[in-house]
Design a protein around this ligand. Structure first.
Ligand code: BG6
Length: 493
């Protein structure tokens, strides 16, 4: 695959996302030979910097955050020649004219037209301002060459997501818009599609006849910390479930696409969201749980509660668990339990697919584990593995059964390190491949699904927050939510 001459304009060039993710990803792509000779990154921000200062800053960031460790001097020198900085005032038309001049200048120097990718790593209130100004200054006219990358959050609710879509569509075609959900770039997440659709063994059992329930759990030890100010306007449902967890659910539940084409795949995913059962206020009461962490101890350190971090009273949820159903032939009656939370006992993103019991269990109950269903565990992070739990006879003179794991573990199988999600996603924006990006209708459908939960929650203010302590598995009611159906949340040892 060859990348055309490309100019990357990063709005929020001095920001956190560029420092931690974008710059290290671009540098690693460079090291691996993906970037063409005719390639420039223009970082932009309000801070007054010269190109040299910007380069120095990114070198420090890369040394700190890149998976490939400290940059080697010679390679860095060569890479840094592609880096430029422009001071900008995003409300000022002049800023955009200056971009235009720079882009023209580079194209003249290269003697060719370039693809231009505008990466909006800024607060969402700047999205409309930037999109409008790009249009007005005619920087977005060439629909074949210009792309725009939008970071999350994509809207705050259904209405604002629709508005943002409409606003972007005034200037860009859908195929120019790359809405980021970084979970889709994770190696293990991409593998869900490979695993499901390149193996004939799974498909016959991948439905309501054999699968009892599905769990998707993304827990973090990290608290809201310094992001509490931003996070407080969001909460776990908006921050994680609306996007990352529902995207994982789509990958598990989607029908087989006929090809690995961006719209084919995204059509099948949006079908899942459309089939998901909408909640009445009563369903919200019965099928959702929210929580907020108090203070406590985590790995030997005393950690503050959410309200202490925020330095204010708040009813924003830092934990959410929801039981969903997908109303179609494949999944009718199969519950999908999703949960996510901050400051929890373990940082782990795990999908557990539990199969039904055998029709008749001929072994005496005392000879087997109490749960002896087959389970497929897809561990996304930090462990990267797929394990199939099966029953087997323990060696010995008695017939005693144990649950054992058949494991595919990335570390044991491959010696090379997996790329970071942002490497995959940035490369795809340059290649023009939208498979791993959210289409406008997907985002709206996911908002539509969670809106009744958000509104019902907003209406019920008497909460007993904080209701879980650091280092726990969330509020007790979350265990009750799943225990009522006879199941337990699955955790890796
Ligand atoms: C982000 C959320 O989208 O994902 C954060 O805004 C969260 O709150 C993060 O911590 C988790 O991502 P990862 O890749 O660390 O699992």
């Amino acid at each position: 695959k060859q990348i055309a001459p490309t100019i990357f304009v990063i709005f929020g060039g001095t920001g956190d996302l560029n420092a931690r993710k974008l710059a290290p990803a671009l540098y690693n792509l460079y090291l691996e030979g993906w970037l063409p000779e005719q390639f420039s990154i223009i970082g932009t921000g309000r801070t007054q910097l010269q190109d040299e200062d910007f380069r120095k800053k990114l070198l420090e960031d890369i040394n700190q955050f890149s998976r490939s460790g400290k940059a080697e001097k010679e390679k860095w020198e060569a890479f840094s020649q592609h880096l430029f900085y422009q001071v900008s005032d995003l409300n000022d038309f002049k800023t955009y004219k200056e971009f235009g001049t720079r882009i023209k200048h580079l194209e003249t120097e290269w003697d060719t037209k370039a693809n231009v990718i505008y990466y909006l790593a800024v607060a969402p209130n700047f999205f409309p301002i930037i999109a409008d100004n790009l249009a007005k200054s005619k920087l977005a006219d060439d629909s074949q060459r210009v792309r725009i990358v939008i970071e999350k959050p994509f809207g705050h609710d259904l209405e604002s997501a629709k508005e943002l879509n409409q606003l972007l569509m005034r200037t860009f075609d859908e195929r120019q818009i790359y809405r980021i959900d970084h979970y889709l770039g994770k190696e293990t997440v991409q593998n869900i599609m490979a695993f499901r659709f390149a193996n004939s063994l799974l498909e016959p059992t991948w439905n309501r006849n054999y699968i009892e329930h599905v769990q998707i759990s993304v827990t973090e030890q990290l608290g809201a910390g310094e992001r509490a100010g931003y996070y407080d306007g969001s909460g776990a449902l908006r921050d994680m479930i609306q996007n990352h967890l529902l995207q994982l659910l789509c990958l598990v539940a989607m029908e087989p696409p006929i090809s690995f084409n961006a719209d084919e795949v995204r059509n099948r995913k949006v079908d899942v969201l459309r089939a998901m059962r909408r909640f009445s206020p009563d369903d919200v009461r019965l099928s959702t749980v929210r929580g907020q962490y108090g203070n406590g101890w985590l790995e030997g350190k005393e950690v503050p509660g959410y309200r202490e971090e925020l330095k204010a009273e708040s009813n924003t949820e830092t934990f959410a668990a929801v039981k969903f159903f997908v109303d179609n032939w494949r999944w009718q009656g199969v519950p999908f339990y999703l949960r996510t939370g901050k400051r929890m006992h373990q940082s782990a993103s795990v999908i557990s697919i539990q199969f039904k019991e055998v029709p008749h269990f001929m072994f005496p109950p005392e000879t087997a584990d109490s749960i002896h269903n087959n389970r497929l565990i897809i561990s996304i992070q930090p462990e990267m593995s797929i394990r199939l739990q099966v029953q087997a006879k323990r060696p010995g003179l008695d017939m005693i059964l144990n649950t054992v794991d058949m494991v595919f573990d990335y570390k044991g199988t491959y010696s090379s390190e997996a790329p970071e999600a942002y490497e995959t996603l940035l490369l795809d924006t340059m290649l023009g491949d939208q498979t791993l990006f959210m289409r406008g209708d997907q985002v709206e459908e996911a908002w539509d699904l969670i809106m009744p939960i958000l509104t019902t929650w907003q209406g019920r203010k008497s909460l007993n927050f904080p209701n879980y302590s650091a280092d726990s598995w969330g509020p007790e009611t979350a265990e009750a939510l799943i225990a009522r159906d006879g199941f337990h949340w699955f955790t890796l040892p």
